[in-house]
Design a protein around this ligand. Structure first.
Ligand SMILES: [Zn+2]
Length: 395
């Protein structure tokens, strides 16, 4: 079985070893070493990347014999070869920070609210823990986050203990796994103690920061999403950049931004209502102008236009007004719809016309005798559609 060097030192990045097995792995290659600092994906934590003898390691997995398999595009060497391994520092640091943060946060929810963590996901972009609780509030998550950050600030020692059955009796382990033999236990000061095979920081201050970014009910439990360490700092910088730009745009302090945006949203709604009112007032004049361009196409008087400054409802009213004025057919294309209106005396039926039209172009639409519409229209095909509708109106 591979001697897992990270069990004893999660900070180890360089090591020497010997190849004990190697061969093809699907369309790639695997290498097993007598000892390795590479962490294989397990327990919700991501694998390490890095190099062995300058060959890039793209995945690390645990095989059925509990050996660590290093996966690469090219073969690393043959059995018996001595090799040098280098673990990617940045990725290992992120994994250690987020994993240690998970222990601290899980224990914070236990200590404060008696909520156990039942599953863990420590991904590249974010991490989450699933809590065995039927209810969770913002006040509770804020309190857990505060306690977790106090534990970071207190700079507690994170110790690895290899505990046999006798020693286990004296350790306040959160959840004892159903496993025989010596257990690897992670103990964070007097705060947290649990069995775990992952890579962790040496002291809590190395985690830097824990930020809960959201929580939601999933399958009758609560999933709590969080960021830690480097990822939390990157998130802070991104958020600072966004709020700083908004502050400059609105020339106000960052704390005044929510009120400022609420006020703008209200004003915007009022402007929209005013614009809609003015557009309605102008409709008869616009219909007059449209009607002036009407043409006899076969036996039908037709008016058509692309209009992008009106909503579909107002554009429909404009089509109806125009159709009545020319006593014929008005076709209006908005940003996403084709609107049809006919006058009462034209002898046409807008709904029937659209039915015939959609049967030819495999679009969906419908309407009444006077007005009808089709959605999902590509504006660049307006001319082609208009010709077809006029042709169908003359049949
Ligand atoms: Zn752990």
């Amino acid at each position: 079985m591979t001697d897992r060097l990270y069990y004893r030192d999660s900070g180890l990045l360089y090591f020497e070893a010997e190849i004990v097995a190697a061969g093809p792995h699907a369309d790639k290659y695997f290498t097993v070493l007598d000892r390795s600092a590479f962490y294989p994906t397990s327990g919700g934590q991501l694998f390490d990347t890095g190099n062995i003898n300058d060959i890039e390691i793209i995945d690390v997995i645990e095989d059925d014999n509990h050996d660590v398999r290093h996966i690469s595009e090219k073969p690393v060497g043959k059995v018996g070869d001595k090799v040098k391994g280098t673990v990617n520092r940045e990725r290992r640091l992120k994994n250690r920070q987020v994993h240690t943060a998970q222990h601290i946060l899980s224990q914070a929810f236990v200590k404060l609210f008696g909520c156990d963590t039942v599953s863990v996901h420590l991904g590249e972009a974010y991490a989450n823990i699933e809590l065995n609780t039927l209810s969770l509030t913002e006040e509770q998550t804020a309190a857990a986050e505060k306690l977790a950050n106090e534990i970071i600030r207190d700079n507690l020692s994170v110790d690895v203990i290899f505990a046999d059955d006798e020693l286990l009796k004296y350790l306040p382990i959160r959840k004892i796994p159903e496993r025989e033999g010596v257990l690897r236990v992670i103990k964070i000061g007097e705060f947290e103690c649990s069995a775990c095979g992952g890579t962790h920081c040496h002291r809590t201050s190395e985690v830097g920061l824990i930020k809960i970014t959201g929580f939601e009910k999933v399958r009758g439990r609560y999933s709590v999403e969080f960021l830690a360490g480097v990822l939390a700092v990157e998130d802070y910088l991104m958020r600072f950049d966004v709020t700083d730009r908004l502050s400059k745009t609105f020339t106000c302090h960052v704390t005044d931004l929510p009120d400022k945006v609420d006020k703008l949203a209200l004003e915007n709604k009022a402007f929209q209502r005013e614009v809609a009112r003015l557009q309605k007032e102008l409709l008869p004049a616009r219909a007059e102008e449209l009607a002036a361009g009407a043409k006899m196409m076969g036996k039908v008087t037709v008016c058509s236009r692309i209009i992008s400054d009106l909503d579909n409802n107002t554009a429909g009213q404009l089509a109806s007004l125009t159709a009545d004025k020319i006593n014929g057919l008005a076709i209006i294309m908005t940003t996403d719809r084709l609107l049809l209106a006919v006058s009462e005396q034209s002898g046409l039926h807008a709904g029937e016309l659209i039915k015939k039209f959609t049967a030819r172009v495999t679009l969906r639409g419908g309407g009444s005798q006077k007005a009808a519409q089709v959605g999902g229209i590509a504006p660049e095909r307006f001319d082609e559609y208009r010709e077809l509708i006029i042709k169908l109106a003359n049949e």
